[in-house]
Design a protein around this ligand. Structure first.
Ligand SMILES: [Zn+2]
Length: 299
């Protein structure tokens, strides 16, 4: 993908890349943060804290930021360019999540939109219904060790909050714990036990919920923990892809911090954009087909 760069009053503004004079960083996920030191940056204080990016925070009168409802601190941007408004959503979720955030719909002429799930096969339930499903399943296996694979930023803290509200304090892998600590430093109330500690071992003897990076869901870990603690070990995942693909786990929950096809289409219609670019997917045909007769160009 060509890096997004806009000339705003003589300054080059880059969106989720650092090729310009000023960089907008939409959120802390590593695929959007290429560098940790940025000369001039536009981002939320949460994104800077979680990602560890350092740089001079600037603002431009032509630029407005909007909540993106993705990971905490995620923002969308709209830019005024000679009377035309261009919007870029970064990653976004239109449905409200457990941190009470959701994407605001920007009113723009041209829109760059998160199309991760731009396929009608994806229709996500309300996240709160999935949270209930997760807690029900966890509670029905409370004598076992349950291990969720999750991105250390975002999905981990969403799950921690779900478990906390269900009265469960999960045990976290060091990587997942590191970023959860950053959320806590931002004043977000989360309760978790750091893996590898005595407290973690005590919890696991009684059956516990663990959250680890996805690549730590290995047979070796499953077998090892089952021998050490004498408990059955179950693997789980919470990802939007679970609607279409099978994962090698005991249970997969279709929970996503992105929008599904139907929310993408609603967003585009409500944004009033006449020109739309679908981002972060090769699968643009479904949205393009939907808008073909409505005078909205989609690429
Ligand atoms: Zn993201």
């Amino acid at each position: 993908m060509t890096p997004l760069l806009f000339n705003v009053n003589g300054s080059l503004l880059s969106l989720d890349n650092t090729k310009g004079d000023i960089s907008f960083i939409s959120h802390a996920h590593s695929d959007h943060v290429k560098k940790k030191v940025i000369n001039k940056v536009i981002a939320s204080k949460e994104t800077l804290h979680i990602s560890g990016i350092v740089g001079k925070k600037v603002s431009l009168k032509e630029v407005k930021l909007f909540d993106a409802g993705h990971v905490v601190g995620a923002r969308q941007i709209s830019i005024s360019l000679d009377g035309q408004r261009v919007g870029y959503t970064g990653d976004m979720r239109l449905k409200r999540g457990i941190f009470d955030e959701r994407a605001e719909i920007m009113d723009v002429d041209e829109l760059y939109i998160d199309g991760t799930y731009a396929d009608p096969a994806f229709r996500f339930k309300d996240p709160f219904e999935v949270y209930d499903d997760i807690l029900k399943w966890v509670n029905s296996n409370n004598d076992k060790i349950i291990i969720f694979g999750a991105y250390p930023i975002g999905k981990t803290q969403e799950l921690v909050k779900v478990f906390n509200e269900g009265g469960i304090t999960p045990v976290l892998h060091a990587k997942n714990y590191e970023y959860t600590k950053k959320y806590i430093e931002l004043g977000i109330s989360l309760d978790a036990i750091k893996g590898g500690t005595e407290e973690a071992s005590d919890a696991m003897r009684d059956g516990a919920v663990l959250i680890v990076p996805n690549n730590a869901l290995t047979y070796k870990i499953k077998r090892g923990l089952s021998i050490v603690y004498g408990k059955e070990v179950l693997f789980a995942k919470a990802t939007g892809w679970a609607l279409k693909y099978r994962f090698n786990v005991d249970k997969a929950f279709p929970l996503s911090d992105h929008s599904d096809f139907y929310d993408i289409v609603d967003y585009i219609e409500l944004s009033n954009a006449k020109k739309v670019h679908i981002m972060f997917t090769r699968n643009k045909a479904h949205v393009a087909k939907y808008f073909k007769e409505k005078g909205i160009t989609v690429d």
